[in-house]
Design a binder for this molecule. Structure first.
Ligand SMILES: [Zn+2]
Length: 336
């Protein structure tokens, strides 16, 4: 019964939307607005009460972890909405594809425990039953299916059986695409297609890869946000990683790798630079080649990169400054 604010009031069509601007309830109404605005409620005759209940249950099935929580899921969905509307992908993708990516974004990290795929394997987690490829992502998808099958939650109840079959396949693809290992496996093909100008919307395989790249671009979207937001998210991710690292040390008797190691937290700027250069920049560059309206995203990544570079240089200076004067001091003391 709540009044659903307009897109402009929520600023959800903004590529540079502030990930921390809405409270947990406002994120529910904003998600409703996105479904309505994209024409999903009308096109697929989604029962409004079912949609509200489904959204509340999706939110409830995110855990209170530092980063992979409901806010992250919402922010990924918001960026998808902004990219669909800004870049005009809304007119190129067919309705069932749009529904699959929007629902995919909201569900893509369901029941995330704050530990990654490698940790599931190392710790002998029950989730390892999904195998070693996209372990968690299979869990997120299955969790999404479980919610849809719960009483009063099937937002897809009025789809034809053909539409339903297509949608579930696209939804699975969307959620699995958020595994970075799969992103690495497919991105070379995508990068080649766009740089040679051979990308073709009429080829099914091209569209499949494109939607996968779009999912990753939204999932990693914090890197495209204004500096203060971007830095804050990076710190949340890092804090969650450190908690995993602490468990690797205490429970598994392992030395965590740099990004998970609390003792190496000073290396964050350097690690962020690596992350941006190897994973983020090539992806947003390729997407800008598909649609130049996405350029502001790439510009923000570059601006954030400069900030991390600055912090990295400062840290290098500080470490040389702290080591050399100290030795000079010692030398002087020795002489005295
Ligand atoms: Zn995610």
């Amino acid at each position: 019964a709540a009044n659903i604010p307009l897109v402009s009031e929520l600023a959800i069509d903004d590529i540079h939307f502030d990930d921390f601007s809405l409270d947990v309830d406002a994120m529910i109404t904003a998600a409703l607005r996105m479904f309505m605005e994209l024409g999903m409620v009308q096109k697929f005759k989604i029962n409004y009460e079912t949609l509200c209940r489904w959204l509340l249950t999706v939110r409830k099935n995110y855990r209170m972890v530092l980063y992979h929580n409901w806010r992250h899921a919402f922010n990924v969905c918001q960026l998808m909405f902004a990219m669909l509307t800004t870049a005009g992908f809304q007119d190129i993708l067919i309705e069932v594809e749009i529904l699959a990516v929007i629902v995919g974004c909201l569900c893509h990290d369901l029941d995330h425990k704050g530990t990654n795929n490698a940790f599931q394997a190392k710790s002998g987690s029950a989730l390892a039953l999904y195998g070693t490829s996209a372990t968690l992502e299979h869990h997120h998808f299955n969790h999404a299916v479980m919610i849809l099958q719960s009483d009063g939650h099937n937002i897809f109840a009025n789809l034809s059986s053909k539409e339903y079959g297509d949608l579930m396949q696209l939804l699975k693809q969307s959620i699995l695409a958020t595994d970075l290992t799969l992103y690495f496996e497919r991105r070379t093909e995508f990068f080649e297609l766009v740089s040679k100008g051979e990308y073709d919307w009429n080829i099914k395989n091209h569209r499949d890869i494109f939607r996968s790249m779009l999912m990753t671009a939204c999932d990693l979207g914090a890197v495209t946000k204004p500096w203060e937001i971007s830095r804050q998210v990076a710190e949340l991710v890092t804090s969650e990683f450190f908690e995993q690292g602490d468990r690797e040390r205490s429970e598994l008797k392992l030395t965590p790798s740099a990004i998970f190691d609390q003792n190496r937290k000073d290396e964050l700027p350097r690690l962020q630079l690596e992350w941006i250069d190897s994973i983020c920049i090539p992806l947003y560059q390729a997407l800008v080649k598909v649609d130049v309206k996405l350029k502001p995203m790439l510009d923000s990544v570059a601006a954030n990169r400069s900030k991390w570079e600055e912090l990295h240089q400062k840290r290098l200076l500080a470490s040389t400054a702290s080591s050399s004067p100290a030795s000079v001091m010692v030398a002087k003391e020795d002489r005295n």
